[in-house]
Design a protein around this ligand. Structure first.
Ligand code: GLY
Length: 255
């Protein structure tokens, strides 16, 4: 069984961190409705979806992916790069404790889960404004104990590594070449986003199907053309908060 931890959209989401997206008005009710549609999509793909209460004073707390990295053996609580997000992890840790032993990234390390891309036994970690060298080194040290390899990857022009590249399966990635060097993923089959759809590289792969935003039909066609099944979800209000489909959940095997 796959568990998907999610958290309701904060009523204060309009005060979210923004780095590469201009601030525009967010319709919170619509964001909530879209978020429920996202949760239904995860359930359709076989996840047991857990829904945590919103954190009214934490605008970005819906983006649960950023506060933890979960593998079969352990959950690593991150130390988000944005100070405003550091308190988000406490309630997630209480839930993860039911499934995994916990480790943690310590100061001065910083790490956002949005920078952490797993493909098989490899972890690629974005060298971003949110994840620093110390945080990446700590993750490398922890995951090495369980036989995983961690490799830093430079990015430019986007928030997280997973803004620029995500996995379609264990052999293929969906990549935005203006934000990341294709060479870092040259040993995978690379599908590029359509040039008209700048933010389309973030998809969430669950059991061989990818969840992706409905607003990227051209890239969807490319992904389907590569033989990958797609489920589309409308997350337009969450995208205004510089969110995407991976960051709204933490998905892992129950045991
Ligand atoms: N608003 C998402 C983030 O900046 O962390």
């Amino acid at each position: 069984m796959l568990i998907a931890i999610t958290r309701e959209v904060s009523p204060s989401v309009a005060g979210c961190e923004l780095s590469f997206v201009p601030r525009t008005e967010i319709d919170v009710a619509r964001a909530n409705a879209q978020h429920r549609g996202y949760q239904r999509a995860l359930a359709t793909l076989g996840c047991e979806v857990r829904v945590l209460d919103a954190q009214p004073d934490m605008p970005d707390a819906v983006f649960v992916e950023d506060v933890a990295v979960v593998v079969d053996e352990v959950a690593v609580m991150t130390r988000p790069g944005a100070e405003s997000r550091r308190a988000e992890g406490a309630s997630i840790a209480e839930v993860l404790r039911q499934y995994r032993r916990l480790r943690a990234i310590e100061a001065p390390g910083t790490l956002d889960g949005g920078d952490v891309l797993r493909i098989g036994r490899m972890f690629y970690v974005g060298e971003s404004a949110r994840s620093n060298a110390d945080g990446i080194a700590q993750l490398r040290s922890i995951l090495a104990e369980y036989g995983y390899t961690v490799q830093g990857v430079p990015i430019q022009g986007c928030l997280h590594l997973k803004s620029a590249v995500t996995a379609l399966d264990d052999e293929s990635v969906l990549l935005q070449p203006t934000w990341i060097d294709r060479a870092a993923f040259a040993h995978y089959r690379i599908v590029e986003v359509d040039p008209a759809e700048e933010h389309a590289a973030n998809v969430l792969c669950i059991g061989g199907t990818v969840v992706m935003p409905a607003c990227f039909p051209r890239t969807r066609a490319r992904v389907q053309g590569a033989g990958v099944d797609v489920v589309s979800v409308d997350v337009s209000e969450l995208q205004k908060a510089e969110g995407a489909v991976t960051c709204c959940s933490l998905v892992f095997r129950e045991s």
